[in-house]
Structure formats: structure tokens, C-alpha cells
Design a protein around this ligand. Structure first.
Ligand code: NI
Ligand code: MN
Length: 229
């Protein structure tokens, strides 16, 4: 499994020969523009956690360029369907088997609306499970007790992608509690440093995790994230 950070909550993940892109926000993100070339990104599927601009910004461009399928909730997939983009609509708590693995659309405590003001349904996150790994991209969310359900549902997470920037989502202290709730030792941080209100001390964040016997990976835009599976 190859994992590359695209900035903010955006990730490119190559698994079982398929190319997945999560929450692409390159255009308008000064930390990613000039490093990530939207036109050359490969995608078979684009997974969108919710409708906010800092998560869907480049989804349309990438989808049209690659004839990719958008996986998100029903409302978001319907909105992209009107732009002649293929999609697979889901809703909270449901799972579905794709050719790259099983996807569960999970709860997230946040808000959601599409860039033109269209209702975007409830925000969510994704648990992906296949022969290579099981991982969780939480999307934008507060710390929630629902995360305790993840191991109870039988998921043994190899790693999880969690927001750590605070203000709009949980911060890194809460992310550590989340990691204990879903029993995972390797966390990749996202949704930090893109805007002033979510600027954090990444050294301190890493330290807090290390002290608790867990690992917080702070990804660099355009770089491969090594989770050593
Ligand atoms: Ni959001
Ligand atoms: Mn966001």
C-alpha cells in the first residue's frame, strides 16, 4: 500500500492496483499548490468524507480527467451525478464491497454543505478493509464515543488518519483519546496548519502521542507516508 499526502485531509492511496484519492484540496491550498499537480493525479475512486470546499475542491477536475467514481454519501454523489460524474452513494453505517476492498461509511460529528450551498447530507468517515490493510480516514469530526464501536465491529486498524488541527475538528489531544477508543497505535495527522486557526505545534503533538506509547506521523505534502505495515 502506497500512501502519499496531498495536503490538508487529502491522500492518494494505491492498493491492490487501484488508485484512491481522499478529500482533494489542492487548488486554493497554498501549502499544496505548486507541489501537487492536480492534472497528473491518478484516480479510480475519489472518496469524499463531506461536502466542505476544503475537502471537495479538486474532486470534479480529477474525476473528469480520470473518469473516476466518487464514493460518498447519497447527497454528495447525486450532486456530482448532475455534472455527469459517476458515483456510488452510501450512508452512515453502511458498507459495500468494491474491487479494492470493503468500505464502511462511518459517523462524524461535524457539519456539511456543498460549495454552492446544496445540502450535503451528514458528514462521515471511511473504514477501508482489504488484504493489504485495514485503515480509517475519519474526515472532519469531533472525538466521538462511536469510535469505540470500530473494534467491536471487528476492525483491527493498521493505521488511522485523524484531524489534529483543532478549532473545526478535534485537536491532537482528543485524537490520542480517539486512538485509544478504536485501539490503534499508528495515527497519521491531517487537517492542520492549512489555515491560521488550525496551526499547531507538531513537535508537541508528536510528543503527546509518544508519551502515551502511540505514534503520530506528521505527513509532508507530496511525500510518501511510511506506516511500515
Ligand atoms: Ni469540514
Ligand atoms: Mn475541513
Amino acid at each position: 500500500m502506497k500512501i502519499k499526502f496531498l495536503g490538508h485531509s487529502g491522500f492518494y492511496i494505491e492498493t491492490l492496483g487501484k488508485h484512491l484519492i481522499f478529500d482533494p484540496f489542492i487548488t486554493g491550498n497554498s501549502l499544496a499548490e505548486g507541489i501537487i499537480d492536480v492534472k497528473t493525479l491518478k484516480a479510480d475512486y475519489i472518496l469524499l468524507t463531506h461536502g466542505h470546499g476544503d475537502h471537495v475542491a479538486d474532486a470534479e477536475t480529477i474525476a473528469l480527467e480520470n473518469k473516476a467514481t466518487i464514493i460518498s454519501n447519497y447527497e454528495i454523489v447525486t450532486w456530482y451525478g448532475q455534472k455527469n460524474i459517476k458515483g456510488h452513494g452510501m450512508n452512515i453505517g453502511g458498507k459495500y464491497s468494491f474491487d479494492f476492498g470493503t468500505v464502511r461509511y462511518t459517523t462524524a460529528i461535524h457539519s456539511s454543505v456543498l460549495p454552492d450551498g446544496t445540502y450535503a447530507g451528514n458528514p462521515g468517515g471511511f473504514i477501508i478493509q482489504n488484504e493489504e490493510a485495514t485503515f480509517y480516514h475519519a474526515g472532519d469530526t469531533a472525538l466521538t464515543l462511536d469510535m469505540k464501536l470500530i473494534p467491536q465491529l471487528g476492525y483491527n486498524l493498521d493505521f488511522a488518519i485523524l484531524p489534529i488541527g483543532d478549532n473545526f475538528t478535534m485537536g491532537y489531544e482528543d485524537a490520542l483519546i480517539a486512538a485509544t477508543y478504536f485501539e490503534c497505535d499508528i495515527i497519521i495527522g491531517c487537517h492542520f496548519n492549512t489555515f491560521p486557526p488550525i496551526t499547531i505545534d507538531t513537535h508537541k503533538a508528536r510528543e503527546v502521542f509518544t508519551k502515551a506509547g502511540k505514534k503520530l506521523l506528521i505527513p509532508e505534502v507530496g511525500k510518501i507516508v511510511n506506516v511500515s505495515l
